[in-house]
Design a protein around this ligand. Structure first.
Ligand SMILES: C[S@@+](CC[C@H](N)C(=O)[O-])C[C@H]1O[C@@H](n2cnc3c(N)ncnc32)[C@H](O)[C@@H]1O
Length: 216
């Protein structure tokens, strides 16, 4: 097992994290035990962060990071961030009650995840629950996803922190070429943030890209 980033490991073309809750899985993920350590396999087809890392993107999440996660859904990627930020904390914002139920089950097993039922477009509604974050990670398929990201990073991201923006081209415009949409988003984002890395996510995720950035 080769370590490629803090808390993230690779064997062949597959990623793994050390399971924070030994003996527990949430998504029928494969468990592998190597030299007495239990690892959970992390599927790049179900996680934009995993696909970005397989495409060589650096991951600034540390064992003690505080993370604001926007668009937590069932908790798939949040559960892996919970393995990585094992001494840190994840505020997991999701607005769909249907998937919130699963997120609550995951967070009941993982003490470093707090599920928050809220609209990421209205950060004033959860402002009082969140402390300044080392990482703001956003994976929300909305037309105004860039605006939502800028609102949240300006309110919650520490000056020394990092923001991830996973962008779904089809949510912005279904008719235009995704690469054109990425270029426009890059130009707009770079007016407000310093972009450190950028990756398209093929072949793992169709019509998605991800930006890693810091405050200017
Ligand atoms: C692509 S899924 C996220 C998958 C998840 N990040 C993962 O990797 O496991 C996008 C999620 O964003 C949620 N979402 C969309 N708009 C939102 C908003 N304005 N506020 C909060 N959640 C939102 C959707 O309900 C959906 O669950």
């Amino acid at each position: 097992m080769k370590q490629i980033s803090e808390g993230v490991f690779q064997r062949n073309r597959l990623l793994y994290t050390k399971n924070l809750v030994i003996g527990t899985t949430h998504f029928q993920e494969t468990i592998l035990t190597d030299e007495g350590t239990e690892y959970r396999q992390w599927d790049a087809r179900s996680s934009k962060l995993a696909s970005a890392m397989l495409k060589g993107m650096k991951c600034p999440i540390k064992a003690d990071s505080r993370v604001l996660y926007l668009g937590a859904s069932h908790g798939y990627t949040p559960s892996y961030i919970s393995d990585i930020a094992r001494n840190g904390f994840i505020f997991a914002v999701e607005f769909a009650p249907r998937v919130m139920r699963d997120l609550i089950f995951v967070s009941e097993k993982r003490e470093n995840i707090a599920p928050i039922l809220a609209d990421a477009n209205k950060p004033e509604t959860y402002y009082h629950y969140i402390s300044p974050a080392d990482i703001v990670y956003q994976d929300i398929a909305q037309k105004n996803q860039l605006e939502i990201f800028l609102k949240n990073t300006s309110l919650f991201l520490k000056d020394s922190g990092h923001g991830f923006l996973a962008l779904k081209a089809r949510s912005i415009d279904t008719t235009r070429e995704p690469r054109k949409i990425y270029q426009e988003a890059k130009a707009e984002l770079s007016k407000h943030m310093r972009i450190i890395e950028y990756r398209t996510l093929e072949p793992f995720q169709k019509d998605h890209c991800i930006f890693l950035c810091t405050k200017k």
